[in-house]
Design a protein around this ligand. Structure first.
Ligand SMILES: Cc1cc2nc3c(=O)[nH]c(=O)nc-3n(C[C@H](O)[C@H](O)[C@H](O)COP(=O)(O)O)c2cc1C
Length: 368
């Protein structure tokens, strides 16, 4: 219950409120890899950790040490810890362990990987709506018992002890099942003064849809029209640049140069979550369509102060130096060409990496 980092934690619903007051969508980074400080510096409001397996986290000190790391040096970006779980007590226990260090917890109901689904984790939970509801309610109840403010009411959103409980989902082929699923998750119960989940992230693809297939904007439109006034909804999927979203919403205009304007207007969407495009361009939410050298330097600086495995650093640098994911030719500008990126991947340690980038960046990289 104490605040071990002596830092201020902001309730995620407060961030939704701030974005709404600024007449814009909330900008969030998907549960991915470890560069939360970098994306936050460039306009991402709220970050997710990668999925952490609750059962292992609860039982194994090594899992706890490796799966959830935060910077103790500076202010932390508002962070949601995402769990994979299928037992209410496991999710509640793991959440209880992490909330002193995070703004909220999230349950992954979208991971399509076969290892996860065969253990009734991730997208397999889309067939278990009662279990998901039980997990969420058990977690709220545990956090409440621990002394956290989880009612979702205004006073708790403004409290330093306010924390959120949320879920991230995919859609079913038959959208009526998704509507039933969300209805179950929003139905009030005696344990909660408001709804069981504070907000919801929708990845509008089914468990079987490959990520190369565009998101189903029609599903998103139906789900946000049905539920978007009851609960803040984030879109995850195909957020490639801020000016190329495949729909319009009151808070953003899409491609003015587009020959055919998007078919859908999504009035009740509260925010955007990006994964692949943010990996390639951590500055996406500051409005830039491709990654500048400055962001590579910023990331390097952070990794020197809070080291992470070198392979992971290299992976991030490679992504940032690759073409961006936006649709137009100018979005596809890459800091390094294909051959240079192949050379980059042969670099063996941090010193070699800095020398390599020093040589490639016009004017060299800044002092760190
Ligand atoms: C490297 C990487 C790791 C991911 N890990 C997770 C994860 O741990 N949990 C999760 O819910 N989604 C995860 N995703 C999926 C994204 O959250 C997102 O739903 C999907 O990539 C579609 O969004 P995009 O078009 O912005 O990439 C991951 C995606 C990528 C690229």
């Amino acid at each position: 219950m104490a605040n071990p980092l002596n830092q201020e934690f902001i309730h995620p619903l407060k961030l939704f409120e701030v974005a709404k007051n600024e007449k814009r969508l909330l900008h969030t980074s998907a549960p991915m890899l470890a560069f939360r400080q970098t994306v936050h510096h460039y306009g991402t409001d709220l970050c997710w950790t990668p999925m952490v397996l609750a059962k292992e986290f609860n039982r194994n000190k090594f899992a706890r040490d490796s799966d959830f790391t935060i910077s103790t040096a500076g202010p932390q970006p508002p962070t949601i810890v995402q769990f994979g779980a299928n037992v209410p007590q496991e999710l509640a226990r793991a959440s209880s362990l992490v909330v002193p260090f995070a703004s909220g917890v999230d349950l992954n109901c979208g991971c399509p990987q076969s290892w996860a689904c065969s253990s009734t984790l991730g997208a397999a939970l889309m067939e278990k709506r009662e279990l998901v509801r039980d997990m969420v309610l058990e977690t709220r109840s545990q956090l409440h018992q621990d002394g956290w403010d989880v009612s979702g009411l205004e006073k708790d959103i403004n409290s330093p002890k306010g924390r959120s409980v949320s879920i991230k989902i995919r859609v079913h082929k038959d959208l009526r099942k998704t509507i039933d699923f969300i209805t179950t998750l929003l139905a009030p119960c005696s344990l909660t003064t408001t709804r069981p989940i504070d907000f919801l992230t929708i990845h509008p693809r089914t468990r079987q849809t490959p990520s190369s297939t565009p998101i189903n904007v029609e599903s998103l439109s139906i789900l946000t029209s049905t539920f978007g006034t009851q609960v803040p909804i984030l879109l995850s999927g195909d957020v490639f640049t801020l000016d190329s979203l495949p729909f319009t919403s009151p808070f953003h205009n899409t491609l003015s140069s587009s020959s055919s304007p998007p078919e859908h207007n999504i009035p009740h969407l509260s925010g955007l979550m990006s994964a692949r495009a943010l990996l390639a361009n951590p500055t996406l939410f500051s409005g830039r369509n491709s990654c500048p050298w400055e962001a590579v330097e910023y990331f390097l600086n952070k990794t020197i102060k809070a080291p992470m495995p070198f392979k992971l650093v290299l992976h991030h640098i490679n992504e940032m130096c690759s073409p961006g994911m936006g649709p137009s030719q100018k979005d596809k500008v890459a800091l390094l060409n294909k051959q240079e990126r192949a050379e980059l991947m042969k670099v063996g340690d941090m010193v070699e990496l800095i020398d390599f980038l020093e040589e490639k960046k016009p004017g060299g990289i800044g002092r760190m």
